[in-house]
Design a protein around this ligand. Sequence first.
Ligand SMILES: NC(=O)c1ccc[n+]([C@@H]2O[C@H](COP(=O)([O-])OP(=O)(O)OC[C@H]3O[C@@H](n4cnc5c(N)ncnc54)[C@H](OP(=O)(O)O)[C@@H]3O)[C@@H](O)[C@H]2O)c1
Length: 209
Amino acid sequence: VDGILLQLPLPAGLPEKSLLERLAPTKDVDGLHPVNLGKLVTEDPSGFRPCTPAGILELLAHHGIEIEGRNAVVLGRSTLVGKPLALLLLQRNRNGNASVTVAHSRSRDVPDLVRRADLLVAAVGSPRFVRGEWIRPGATVVDVGIHRVDNGSGGTQIVGDVDFPTAVLVAGALTPVPGGVGRMTVAMLLRNTVLAWKRHGEAARVPSD
Ligand SMILES: NC(=O)c1ccc[n+]([C@@H]2O[C@H](COP(=O)([O-])OP(=O)(O)OC[C@H]3O[C@@H](n4cnc5c(N)ncnc54)[C@H](OP(=O)(O)O)[C@@H]3O)[C@@H](O)[C@H]2O)c1
């Protein structure tokens, strides 16, 4: 076994923190063990990066969206998405170097914070939370949310944390839900797993003294 993912959120009553700590950091392909989170803080590339934030950076880089020097606003401060993403956006490299604001449920005037964003990432966990009128024209908007909601005609549909119909009229770029960040998360999980497999192979080849 080269990689292990603890699928979050856990059912009520299971201790997330202590279960994450039981993973071997070298097999923690979701990057949520304290050792890997510490390496994220210290910009140590030997750690695994959490998949959803890493996927967002990969998506932005692929589409040539500049981050350096821009105002990035992250809505949400979870350990799974908001906090690691804020750290990645801050990193001293060409895929980082943003000025980062992190908003949460106690933040004042969230629409006003959103209006300052050149890059907005919504990871709030509330369907269609971000309205188009909050968004600065031309801003890049990344929607992390996934919610199944009533479609008004007896069925259901998947929506994100951003109100797509109003946001798409203002944003310079906007990720779809489904088919955006979710797919990138899966791709990064596979990348980390292959990386774990390679590193385990290299470790096995190192002769012991
Ligand atoms: N696409 C993917 O691969 C993927 C991966 C992970 C998660 N998700 C989705 O992304 C969303 C967020 O996930 P998560 O795990 O980060 O959720 P979470 O743990 O519930 O965190 C939500 C964050 O949003 C903040 N928040 C809640 N209401 C707010 C408000 N009115 N204004 C500003 N901030 C507010 C919360 O603040 P407090 O800290 O103050 O409570 C919290 O920090 C969910 O819809 C989840 O299903 C998608």
